[in-house]
Design a protein around this ligand. Structure first.
Ligand SMILES: [Zn+2]
Length: 274
């Protein structure tokens, strides 16, 4: 496993209101390995990058940005192209609020993850568009990517790239719940009873373990940028690409160890410990 350019600036952002996210705990966690890097929380992604633009932000620019965001909403998960339908003003107004209001509480709209990533990437200033800068955004919206095999969008926890996006709603919604959930749900068993029966086997909204889980996804984003490969085959390793809630819980919370030997050695080298 070869490392790419050294990351000198690691920038964390949020987008929308996210409960149970302790950014300072994530920063302390990263500092174990990224000792020479400047790790900072920059708050809301839009506010940070729009306010640092030399020419300021015009209402026209915000309007255009809001329209682009609407364009990347997925209305029909079975269609790759949502057509050239003109965005409705109510949708554009929603996106304008999302851009302007830092603690925007609405969550769960499904966006094309790579489309969203392109929009965010376009807002990052010239001098931070180098691979020694790593930008990671936590969003409360849902990210989808198109699957060529079954020709539909699937929700994802994360979309890695420049910048990397991690969806806190995706932690709950993207990996599948235990099979019993899907077998028993159509039988009319009330959701709360079913959730009670399967307690501990999936992550729900408002789960206090969210920060601990997100540490692993941030490490995946770092590996993507440093090596091009964010994933690992070892189900106990935090880099395991979980498709089921039970896999996510094992990799991020209940594993026998945090990282497999090879990822642990990479991180230790990064920290200068060996
Ligand atoms: Zn591993």
């Amino acid at each position: 496993m070869k490392g790419g350019p050294r990351i000198t600036g690691l920038h964390l952002y949020v987008e929308g209101f996210i409960s149970h996210l302790n950014i300072q705990e994530i920063i302390r966690y990263l500092q174990r390995w990224m000792k020479g890097s400047d790790i900072a929380f920059r708050g809301n992604f839009f506010r940070h990058h729009l306010s640092t633009r030399p020419k300021g932000v015009t209402p026209r620019r915000i309007q255009r940005l809001a329209q682009e965001l609407v364009f990347h909403r997925i209305r029909d998960a079975t269609r790759r192209d949502s057509g050239d339908r003109r965005p409705m003003e109510v949708e554009v107004a929603y996106e304008r609020r999302r851009i302007g209001q830092e603690d925007f509480r609405s969550f769960g709209i499904l966006y094309d993850g790579f489309g969203l990533q392109r929009i965010f990437s376009g807002l990052i200033s010239e001098d931070e568009r180098y691979l020694n800068h790593c930008h990671i955004i936590f969003t409360n919206q849902l990210l989808g990517t198109w699957d060529e095999d079954d020709h539909r969008y699937h929700a994802r926890v994360s979309v890695y790239g420049f910048p990397s996006l991690i969806s806190t709603t995706g932690v709950v919604e993207a990996p599948a719940k235990p099979r019993e959930f899907y077998l028993k749900r159509p039988l009319g068993i009330p959701l709360e009873i079913l959730k009670d029966e399967l307690r501990g086997r999936f992550i729900d909204h408002g789960d206090s373990r969210l920060t601990e889980i997100l540490k692993g996804y941030v490490i995946q984003a770092l590996f993507f940028q440093m090596t091009g490969d964010p994933f690992c085959d070892d189900p106990q390793c935090r880099l395991y690409n979980a498709h089921w809630q039970e896999e996510l819980i094992r990799a991020q919370l209940d594993g026998k160890y945090e990282f497999c030997k090879s990822h642990r050695e990479f991180l230790n080298r990064l920290a200068g410990l060996q």
